[in-house]
Design a protein around this ligand. Structure first.
Ligand code: GAP
Length: 553
């Protein structure tokens, strides 16, 4: 017997397996791969596009179609620049960035490791050659000779919150001291760092027929300018027709609050939902599609009467958690985490994250924030347009009469569609126990146990052989599924065992096989992806059987 194919040894290998499966089976590719790829940009291939769309459709169904109190919106990605001034994104949507002076790594200061006073600061280089080069760079730049042990440089220690020192062998006295930022570079643990700079995460571009570069060139031509003067002119000229790619879908729901409320005569509480692309020039892009620069969000702003936000937050945090669990194989990998007061954004009075246990640990999947009346008030202030709601039934506390205007409070469940796609791939990927195939070879089956509603293909229809009328009959069956709006796949390539394996790997829940008997008695076999069990059913009932199983799933 052949040795079984190895299953991933640890959880991080799982990521490698998934990335490789995504490429092999056409789920997700690196963007512009033939040109060497583009960092943090991904293309969703035929199967990935279906999976992501199914996730987003399920979200839309649950949030919009199945609710009387929520309506949808599909706003433009580029919005007026004042939207981002009012929302605070232009001034505040920035990460503090730092460069490691030795390795040149650029990283976010707020996420960096923070060794405490008394801790050693070993600089852990990638290999011995790098250790030698960094040792030399530190000696030349800072005049100290660190001890080199293999690929680690030793001798630095945190003295107090503002100082670290170089300690020669056996000495308790620092031979040299340096100012300590309170953190070190994440990759090698180096405390020699540049100043922090604020870096705005929004992508800036320009709108209109005039090329800002030409205007800029004219403005600075022939002038002897200091760096600050040049920067001011450049900012002014670029700013004249600068626009931004939206970093979240949420703001359009605030900006269109009054139009939507009036057009549909909506009564508070009501929600506006939107899904679509968002863009952030993320410094740290990580874990495949977990954090990327171009991604998709699914957000809903739920407007409530002031004072009712806690009730709404409680409802939405539980509702959203159960939505994720509904489609998952392992509900225990989800949890709710309430934000500590110091974590809360300035506009929020409470917030929960739905977290998932990724291969690298627990991390955010969705945030559910109680955003107070901050956004509507800010947009009202900046635009001069009243963004309030008139409740004819509520008593006005000032007049004692019925009818009052107020600014609604907002509860926002904000999810990532691309991040959710990764999460369901992780949840679905598994290896079945080794078993012999038709040729007696022992194989470990790779299966994507995707929820049938999320699976790219709902059913594959396979002629056993490519002759004797089987392809024609299989195509007729596929057509019946198409006519009913069920995504079916006709597949005749390779022998049938390989086709089953291929469909197990892409998560197709059911395979219908047309064989010799089918032509005689009008039956086909239906094979279940998860149990691999097969049963014979009538062709006339195949559509009904699959549709019924999908509806029950
Ligand atoms: N309107 C609020 C808002 O945008 P957020 O926590 O920044 O909140 C919401 O984003 C969700 O969007 C996150 O929980 C995550 O699922 C997704 N998300 C945010 N940044 C992302 C990125 N760079 N790549 C992929 N998904 C991202």
């Amino acid at each position: 017997m052949n040795a079984p194919q190895a299953a991933p040894e640890d959880e991080l290998d799982l990521m490698k397996e998934i990335i490789s499966l995504c490429k092999q089976r056409g789920f997700i590719f690196q963007s512009s791969e033939i040109y060497g790829g583009l960092k943090s940009c991904y293309d969703y291939g035929p199967l990935g596009a279906e999976l992501k769309r199914n996730i987003m459709n399920e979200w839309w169904r649950a949030m919009v179609h199945e609710r009387e109190d929520i309506v949808g919106l599909d706003a433009s990605i580029i919005m007026h620049t004042n939207v981002w001034k009012a929302s605070g994104h232009l001034a505040g949507f920035a990460d503090p960035l730092v460069d490691c002076l030795i390795s040149k790594e650029r990283f976010r200061a707020d996420n960096a490791p923070r060794p405490e006073p008394g801790a050693d600061l070993p600089i852990a280089c990638g290999d011995k050659g790098q250790a030698k080069a960094y040792h030399k760079a530190i000696t030349e730049r800072f005049g100290i000779e660190l001890r080199r042990r293999g690929k680690v440089l030793e001798g630095l220690k945190v003295i107090d919150e503002e100082t670290f020192g170089f300690f020669a062998d056996d000495s308790d006295e620092a031979a040299e001291t340096f100012s300590y930022r309170g953190y070190v570079s994440p990759e090698i643990g180096c405390p020699f760092l540049s100043d922090e700079r604020q870096f705005n995460l929004m992508f800036r571009t320009s709108l209109g027929p005039v090329d800002p570069v030409q205007r800029l060139a004219r403005a600075i031509e022939g002038k002897a300018l200091s760096r600050d003067e040049a920067t001011a002119i450049i900012e002014e000229k670029i700013g004249e027709n600068a626009v931004y790619l939206r970093p979240e879908t949420a703001q359009a729901m605030f900006v269109q609050f009054a139009n939507i409320q009036q057009a549909l005569s909506l009564k508070v509480p009501f929600g506006i939902a939107q899904m679509g692309k968002s863009f952030r020039n993320e410094i740290t892009v990580e874990h495949f599609i977990f954090r990327s620069c171009e991604f998709e969000q699914m957000e809903m702003e739920y407007f409530v009467e002031p004072g009712k936000q806690k009730e709404a937050l409680d409802f939405w945090k539980d509702e959203r958690l159960s939505w994720y669990q509904r489609y998952a194989n392992d509900p225990s990998r989800f949890r709710l985490r309430q934000h500590e007061p110091e974590e809360l954004a300035h506009y929020a009075d409470d917030c929960y994250d739905i977290e998932y246990e990724y291969p690298w640990g627990w991390g955010e999947l969705e945030g559910i924030a109680s955003r107070t009346d901050y956004d509507l008030k800010k947009h009202s202030e900046h635009s001069g347009v009243r963004l309030t709601y008139f409740d004819p039934e509520k008593e006005n506390p000032e007049t004692g009469k019925k009818g009052v205007h107020y600014t609604p409070y907002v509860v926002e469940p904000a999810a990532g569609a691309t991040r959710t796609t990764l999460m369901y791939l992780l949840d679905a990927f598994c290896y079945d126990s080794p078993r012999p195939d038709a040729q007696g070879k022992v194989k470990t089956r790779r299966v994507l146990k995707l929820h049938p509603r999320l699976a790219p293909y709902k059913v594959a229809v396979l002629p056993l052989v490519k002759r004797d009328g089987m392809p024609e009959l299989a195509r007729e069956i596929v057509q019946q599924f198409f006519n009913s709006g069920i995504n079916a796949k006709y597949d005749e390539q390779h022998q049938v065992g390989k086709r089953y394996a291929r469909h197990d790997e892409v998560g197709t829940p059911y395979c219908l096989t047309v064989d010799g008997e089918s032509l005689e008695d009008g039956t086909v076999t239906i094979r279940d992806r998860d149990t691999t069990e097969q049963e014979r059913i009538k062709i006339d009932e195949a559509l009904q059987v699959v549709a019924g199983r999908l509806a029950d799933s």
